[in-house]
Design a protein around this ligand. Structure first.
Ligand SMILES: Cc1cc2nc3c(=O)[nH]c(=O)nc-3n(C[C@H](O)[C@H](O)[C@H](O)COP(=O)(O)O)c2cc1C
Length: 343
């Protein structure tokens, strides 16, 4: 079915196709019931039980418009966002490009989103079914780097009660200075501030919501190890590896290769999996790992598990292979028979 719809969607520019699809799924979530629903393959990660290990990566449903549709595909986890405290338009269009020859996308959307008020309302009005819901938090473009903590703290405080887990996104290449929060004093101050905030919220709510830090594939091995240690030391539960890459070697010569932004899909799989493996080797079982980047076929999801992932997310593979990738990946991961790495 998706093979029939795809040519029509791919005839539109990438962002229009995305908007069109989300609009259709918001009005008619049952459209996705035409695809097989992923089976159960329960796993416990970050202290939470997930019905299976496959998730929708952040960015596909930034505003939580289609949760009712995603649940019909049987995702184990659905990550909403990135959401910023205030609504913001993002960068000027065009800002999203398909590179079908490479199974890739370049985007520089820049956290276009409806803001916390609307996104949290959308979540309240939706049915997450058996899926776990992650809320991915960012900072507004106008917030100076030295006040980044304020934006993340506001996101954490307001999203806390609705989230099964929270993601702190410090790895988008499309917000100036954001990735600098992955290193040095800026990182340490941010992590400490958020760890204190989470402690306070855990007391208030009587529930400890796990926190994941989402990182870039373009870090050097030493930076990855130091960042991993810092996340474990403040007591956060998971790392999400990885966001998009700013490198273009894999798509050199393509007419869109010179477009600014983050590259996702096939070309990011290897660097992303390498970083995931490094984290697992370095951290052992001290932290849960969510593998994302270049899962275009079910076997790629198994590769992520082999490299040390506890859970796997998809974005670009979903655009190219369609909704059937979800159930097939869960099947193939189940058949691969992974014993769980207990965080
Ligand atoms: C168009 C687009 C928008 C994205 N927006 C976000 C976002 O808002 N927040 C985020 O954490 N990641 C975002 N991502 C990154 C994905 O969640 C994922 O980490 C990355 O694309 C690698 O996975 P993939 O190769 O399966 O796409 C976005 C990716 C794409 C392609």
């Amino acid at each position: 079915m998706y093979q029939l719809a795809r040519p029509a969607l791919f005839a539109m520019d990438a962002e229009s196709a995305h908007r069109f699809t989300l609009g259709a799924l918001r009005r008619a979530p049952w459209l996705l019931s035409a695809f097989p629903e992923a089976g159960e393959d329960p796993v416990e990660v970050m202290g939470l039980r997930f019905r299976n290990r496959l998730g929708l990566a952040a960015g596909l449903d930034k505003n939580a418009e289609c949760i009712d549709a995603w649940t019909r595909l049987g995702f184990g986890l659905i990550e909403i966002g990135t959401v910023t405290p205030k609504p913001q338009p993002g960068n000027p269009r065009p800002r999203m490009f398909r590179l079908p020859e490479h199974g890739a996308i370049i985007n520089r959307l820049g956290f276009n989103n409806a803001g916390l008020d609307v996104v949290l309302d959308n979540i309240r009005g939706s049915d997450r079914g058996g899926a776990r819901l992650g809320i991915n938090l960012g900072k507004n473009a106008v917030t100076p780097a030295e006040h980044a903590l304020d934006d993340y703290r506001e996101g954490m405080q307001r999203a806390y009660e609705l989230a099964d887990y929270l993601t702190v996104n410090i790895s988008s290449p499309n917000t100036v200075g954001l990735r600098d929060l992955q290193a040095g004093q800026a990182r340490d101050a941010l992590l400490r501030g958020l760890a204190d905030c989470r402690e306070m919220l855990a007391q208030q709510h009587g529930r400890r919501v796990p926190v994941a830090i989402k990182i870039a594939p373009d870090l050097e091995p030493d930076e990855v190890r130091t960042l991993g240690d810092a996340v474990v030391n403040v007591g956060f539960e998971a790392l999400i590896a990885t966001n998009t890459t700013i490198h273009r070697d894999a798509v050199a010569g393509h007419r869109y290769a010179g477009e600014a932004g983050g590259l996702s899909g096939d070309p990011v799989r290897e660097p992303s999996t390498r970083l995931l493996r490094l984290l697992r080797e370095h951290l052992g079982s001290a932290c849960a790992l969510i593998g994302v980047g270049g899962v275009m076929r079910p076997e790629h999801a198994v590769e992520k598990l082999r490299a040390g992932a506890d859970l796997v997310q998809i974005y670009t593979g979903f655009i190219y292979a369609g909704p059937a990738l979800v159930a097939r990946s869960v099947d193939v991961m189940r058949q691969a028979g992974f014993t769980q790495v207990k965080p």
